[in-house]
Design a protein around this ligand. Structure first.
Ligand code: ADP
Length: 473
């Protein structure tokens, strides 16, 4: 089977969050199972772009209302990712440093999707499945079916994976004029509550829809940022497939980003050496339990609670724990977390930035990872933490609920709580401190977590089953 993934992110070319990790890993695992998987994404000005060699595979042009665009499809020459990676270059529109956050993001991602379809339209054969990711690519199933210019593509089965349903790509109806001529009888497919809603359109138009955990799909039926009724109506084609982790990237035994490699056989010393490095670098006390948070500093991650929660904990359990934060996002939250720095010198530090290398060292050297998320479609951090022997302290929501079992349950290995509240975080920190005192139990839990198989193999097979099901429709 030949599957073409269309996505705004793909690690290591461009990463903002978990979407990149999934699109950088799933195709690799599809390839190892004997399929052909390709990824097409926008060409941003990233380090990966400049450090690798590319060849031009296609050139074309199209117009969006009154704007005319020339586009080029380039391909990474050496198959460095284990699959073919293609990027769409549109001079001045896509070739920026950041992935998102520009005033013309709507135009950028509509133009990206049109370029992909213009290119596919010129292929001599057709792929077996087009797999689109999140709202940036979610107009594709509609355009394949309803744009007259893409009649040739009409029968290609499509799958939409929703990595986060909070973001839907809403735009005013006037922007419908950007799409190549389409069957206006079908306007209802584009509409959701008087706006053109790409994610809603993808849910209506794709042959199959999945989220990145079964728990999150269930939650969306009741709470989906306005799309609840749509998820209920389309539930017959909606499933949840939990993300795996890329063992080639996230392997404590071979990770080149960490100071000392370790495995389940010798993690005590390995983790201690990585922790020492972290504590030396960030002026923390290596004899105390180290709690970390890594992620986007936004409300969905309950990052707005972090500063108060840390303040409470460092006052209440003075001299008994350390915190290290890595993240960026909402400037107000960033500021609150920076201000704490002067208050708890020696016990707290924050790195308000994006730093892939440091994130690996933190998973390797920490004792506990805090994730109080309000919304967590899958969550990869907790999976990485567990693989590196760091105990996840998580709110029972979405994928966190599906992947972390509390130590009080049979065969449990994490610490779970129900509410994104200061009280629940406080109780969980207290439980973590007690656990840390019990060296034997802590060691057994670390071992148990490191032995859990969260690789992509099983999840990739579920995607293959999904592709088969849409082909046999
Ligand atoms: P989301 O996609 O909602 O941001 P996920 O848990 O699915 O959350 O994935 C987050 C990914 O981004 C993980 O690989 C995590 O390590 C990484 N990450 C998030 N913030 C940072 C940061 N500031 N520096 C380095 N890596 C980060």
């Amino acid at each position: 089977m030949e599957i073409i993934h269309v996505s705004a992110e793909c690690y290591p070319m461009a990463k903002v969050g978990g979407l990149a990790d999934v699109v950088g890993a799933l195709p690799k695992y599809l390839q190892t199972q004997g399929h052909i998987a390709k990824v097409v994404m926008p060409m941003y000005r990233t380090k990966f772009l400049y450090e690798n060699e590319w060849e031009v595979v296609h050139k074309g042009n199209f117009s969006m209302e009154k704007m005319n665009f020339d586009f080029t499809i380039i391909k990474e020459k050496e198959n460095k990712l284990g699959f073919d990676l293609y990027c769409v270059d549109i001079n001045g529109l896509l070739d920026r440093e950041k992935v998102y956050g520009y005033d013309d993001d709507t135009e950028r991602f509509v133009a990206f999707q049109i370029s992909v379809l213009e290119w596919l339209n010129k292929w001599e054969h057709l792929p077996d499945v087009v797999h689109v990711h999140d709202h940036h690519a979610a107009l594709i199933p509609f355009m394949i079916h309803e744009c007259f210019a893409y009649r040739k593509l009409k029968n290609i089965p499509t799958v939409l994976t929703i990595h986060n349903a909070q973001y839907q790509g809403w735009m005013g109806w006037e922007k419908a004029a950007y799409l190549p001529a389409w069957n206006t009888w079908k306007w209802g497919m584009l509409d959701w509550r008087n706006l053109l809603n790409p994610l809603a359109c993808g849910i209506k138009s794709a042959d199959a829809v999945n989220t990145v955990s079964p728990g999150y799909m269930l939650e969306l039926m009741d709470d989906a940022n306005g799309l609840e009724n749509l998820f209920q109506a389309e539930s017959f084609k909606c499933t949840g497939i939990i993300n795996g982790i890329d063992y080639k990237v996230w392997n404590p035994l071979a990770d080149t980003f960490i100071l000392d490699n370790f495995s389940v056989k010798d993690f005590t010393e390995g983790k201690a050496l990585n922790k020492k490095k972290l504590c030396d670098d960030f002026e923390l006390d290596k004899t105390l339990p180290l709690f970390i948070f890594i992620g986007r500093l936004v409300q969905d991650k309950a990052a707005d609670l972090l500063a108060d929660a840390i303040n409470n904990a460092l006052n209440q359990y003075q001299g008994k724990l350390n915190f290290l934060i890595l993240g960026s996002g909402d400037p107000e939250i960033e500021n609150e977390l920076m201000v704490l720095q002067n208050k708890f010198v020696g016990y707290y530090n924050s790195q308000i930035t994006y730093n892939e290398k440091l994130s690996h060292l933190m998973y390797a050297g920490a004792d506990f990872l805090l994730m109080p998320s309000r919304v967590e479609p899958c969550g990869l951090n907790q999976l990485y933490a567990m693989r590196y022997g760091t105990v996840p302290v998580v709110r029972r929501t979405g994928g966190l609920k599906d992947t972390v079992k509390d130590i009080d349950e049979e065969n449990g290995y994490g610490l779970c709580f129900d509410y994104a509240s200061l009280t629940d975080i406080d109780i969980s920190i207290k439980r973590a401190l007690e656990l840390f005192q019990d060296k034997k139990k802590m060691k057994a839990i670390r071992k148990k977590m490191m032995e859990i198989d969260n690789s992509w193999i099983a999840s990739a097979q579920q995607y293959i089953n999904l592709y088969n099901s849409v082909q046999n429709k």
